[in-house]
Design a protein around this ligand. Structure first.
Ligand code: HEC
Ligand code: HEC
Ligand code: HEC
Ligand code: HEC
Length: 230
């Protein structure tokens, strides 16, 4: 009887990965603990440190890029929403991803307990060496949460955006939205008229179960349809 119960509990645990087993950064591209330069075998501390962090929010430990990032020659989206020029100084989390993924800062270059390494993100850098994000999906901009114009990072949804081509609340399917208190403080969760998107809307840096580190699978471009009602 006991064995049967254990087997059943085992199946339940396997069936609820996110809830019961937790996230799985170990063994992913974001697990640097076995690098020869990482003598303390830091798993978390490449990105967060309990003390001496560069920021209080997220206690961030990886050296930030000096770039503020541009979008090449573009200044707005097709719908007229302004593209942000302040990602390097903005409170949203995308600058933390770009601290490695713009390819200018070494992976082991930390604020506290820095390592000297020559390992940089190369193939997966999403930014041109000039600091241009051109060619990437917009980030640090408002999401038309509840099919209304939102203001996020001082940017308001453009007049040309067809609000009904968006999903009213994509967080119900696993997408992450952020809200802006208007004073540069960004928190998790959607708030009417104040919601926006960052790299972390689509990506979860701690979990590669839905590769590449996605919050919703891209199979059949399901992740696009989580936000775009097309
Ligand atoms: C490659 C960099 C990286 C590593 C390594 C990393 N994190 Fe994170 N972590 C992030 C980023 C980026 C965020 C912000 C996510 C967001 O805002 O969507 C974050 C957010 C968090 C949060 C806030 C809650 C949340 O879901 O956003 C906690 C708690 C956290 N990390 C703990 C950890 C722990 C514990 C480890 C080690 C097991 C770890 N992280 C390893 C990058 C990393
Ligand atoms: C400490 C440096 C660091 C930070 C911070 C970091 N990454 Fe990475 N990431 C890497 C490295 C290194 C790789 C391996 C690929 C390479 O070297 O080109 C990688 C790989 C990836 C991949 C590709 C995985 C695959 O299977 O192809 C994605 C997607 C990714 N990162 C997204 C993010 C996002 C989004 C953030 C912020 C939430 C982030 N990363 C933060 C260093 C980092
Ligand atoms: C709107 C959703 C979305 C946002 C926002 C987003 N990504 Fe991605 N990202 C994806 C999807 C989907 C893929 C997988 C693409 C594929 O399979 O061709 C991907 C792939 C990647 C990869 C893998 C290598 C590559 O070039 O395809 C990296 C690295 C990455 N993203 C980093 C980032 C960073 C850094 C940010 C923020 C600056 C970001 N992403 C913002 C959806 C997003
Ligand atoms: C987290 C929600 C979200 C996801 C997921 C998402 N998008 Fe978007 N997308 C947006 C928002 C918000 C805008 C900006 C709308 C505006 O204000 O112009 C946008 C804009 C766009 C644009 C117009 C860009 C421009 O310059 O006008 C295209 C095209 C697009 N997305 C395609 C995609 C594709 C393809 C995917 C899947 C790989 C995807 N999106 C995933 C939220 C999302």
């Amino acid at each position: 009887m006991k064995k049967v119960a254990f087997v059943i509990i085992g199946f339940i645990l396997l069936g609820l990965p996110g809830l019961v087993r937790g996230q799985t950064i170990k063994g992913t591209d974001h697990d640097f603990s076995s690098r020869s330069w990482n003598t303390a075998h830091y798993l978390c501390q490449i990105c967060h440190t309990p003390h001496h962090a560069s920021t209080t929010r997220l206690i961030w430990n990886h050296k930030l890029s000096a770039s503020n990032f541009t979008w090449g020659t573009e200044t707005t989206t097709q719908g007229g929403t302004k593209l942000p020029g302040n990602i390097g100084t903005w409170g949203g989390m995308s600058k933390y991803c770009l601290s490695c993924h713009d390819g200018t800062v070494a992976v082991g270059d930390l604020y506290h307990n820095a390592y000297t390494t020559s390992e940089f993100v190369t193939g997966d850098a999403v930014v041109a060496p000039s600091g241009s994000l051109a060619g990437n999906h917009p980030i640090s901009i408002p999401y038309p949460y509840q099919l209304a114009k939102n203001t996020y990072n001082t940017i308001t949804t453009g007049d040309g955006v067809a609000l009904n081509t968006f999903v009213a609340d994509p967080t119900t399917t696993g997408i992450r939205l952020y809200n802006d208190d208007g004073a540069g403080h960004v928190s998790l969760g959607a708030v009417a008229t104040k919601s926006g998107i960052e790299c972390g809307s689509c990506h979860n840096p701690h979990d590669n179960t839905k590769s590449p580190f996605l919050r919703v699978t891209n199979d059949g471009n399901q992740i696009c349809l989580s936000c775009h009602n097309m």
